[in-house]
Design a protein around this ligand. Structure first.
Ligand code: Q46
Ligand code: ZN
Ligand code: ZN
Length: 316
């Protein structure tokens, strides 16, 4: 496989884009695409101050790296959750985040939940009896709360998170299975700031997880490979596995699923009664059946086309 830009040996092959690139051109392509998404979804402007939520994982460190390479003013925020498990997850993820910030001379804010609120997340979860034995509900709540607090208190314009396409498609899949209209209508690459909540953006929402892995490897970014120990057996991991099976058979299916959703949401086509659209129907010039096409209905057009190729086809 050869790089589409220079003809050298490709190191990344993106079947869904029918695009293979060498390492050098891949490292150019990722920030170019990110910039395109930032503009397309009107995430933020050049002069705005961005707070990147960093966890030490490939997505958030990759995002911080890309935004910095693009010349944006992006500082990091690391939340110490106090989650240890076998691999000492919080300790290791903080170490790698600090290492990245030091290597690149970037500003990193560290907020330790235990220091701030007296107990680490797992204990707060236990004593508050929320989340059926798993700390994720309290953890999610704390993360949203703290990210917003720091963004507001330190005067950041926008909060950026490293959610990638696999994350977004899994959330979308879950919300579609349960037809959670409110959640579906709120899922977006940009959430405008409202009533004291900071604007939230997801500049990586169109990149596959494996594209982020490839980016970090190519850039030599050291990140934490392990997931949080509480992520094991979660519903979102199960949905990701299902979507990966689909993607293997139909490359690009995940991206199409997400992008078509965004289009439908933008055009107001989600959960809107079709009645208003039916008003635009008129009779087909040939068969008289209702159609929204300008002259012939789709079926008559198909028959017309077939007739051109094979004159024995009978007209409607
Ligand atoms: S919510 Fe749950 Fe995550 Fe918090 S406790 Fe771990 S798995 S880190 S995305
Ligand atoms: Zn190349
Ligand atoms: Zn509060």
């Amino acid at each position: 496989m050869k790089c589409k830009k220079c003809g050298e040996k490709a190191s990344v092959n993106m079947r869904q884009h029918k695009l293979a690139l060498c390492k050098e051109h891949y490292l150019e392509w990722m920030p170019e695409q990110t910039e395109r998404f930032i503009k397309k979804y009107e995430m933020f402007a050049r002069h705005e101050k961005i707070l990147v939520a960093v966890s030490g994982g490939k997505d958030s460190l990759g995002l911080w790296d890309i935004l910095t390479r693009l010349g944006y003013h992006a500082d990091g925020l690391y939340l110490g959750l106090g989650i240890n498990g076998g691999i000492n997850y919080s300790h290791e993820s903080q170490r790698l985040t600090e290492k990245f910030a030091n290597q690149h001379g970037l500003k990193l804010h560290i907020v330790d939940i235990e220091k701030e609120y007296g107990q680490p997340i797992p204990v707060l979860s236990e004593i508050s009896h929320r989340g059926h034995g798993k700390p994720c509900a309290v953890c999610g709540l704390a993360k949203r709360h703290e990210m917003n607090r720091i963004a507001r208190d330190l005067g950041y314009d926008v909060l950026a998170t490293g959610h990638n396409l696999d994350d977004e498609a899994a959330v979308l899949f879950g919300n579609t299975l349960s037809w959670s209209a409110d959640f579906l209508l709120r899922q977006s690459p940009v959430l405008a700031s409202t009533g004291g909540l900071a604007r939230k953006v997801k500049p990586l929402c169109r990149f596959y997880e494996r594209e982020m892995t490839a980016y970090c490897l190519a850039r030599g970014i050291e990140y934490i490979y392990e997931e949080c120990p509480f992520a094991e057996g979660s519903q979102s991991i199960y949905y990701k596995e299902l979507l990966n099976k689909l993607e293997t058979d139909r490359p690009g299916a995940k991206l199409t699923f997400y992008l078509r959703f965004l289009e439908a949401r933008k055009s107001g086509g989600l959960f809107v009664e079709k009645d208003s659209k039916q008003a635009h129907l008129h009779p087909c010039a040939k068969c008289g059946q209702p159609t929204s096409a300008p002259e012939l209905c789709s079926f008559c057009r198909t028959i017309e086309k077939a007739k051109e190729v094979m004159p024995t086809v009978t007209p409607t």
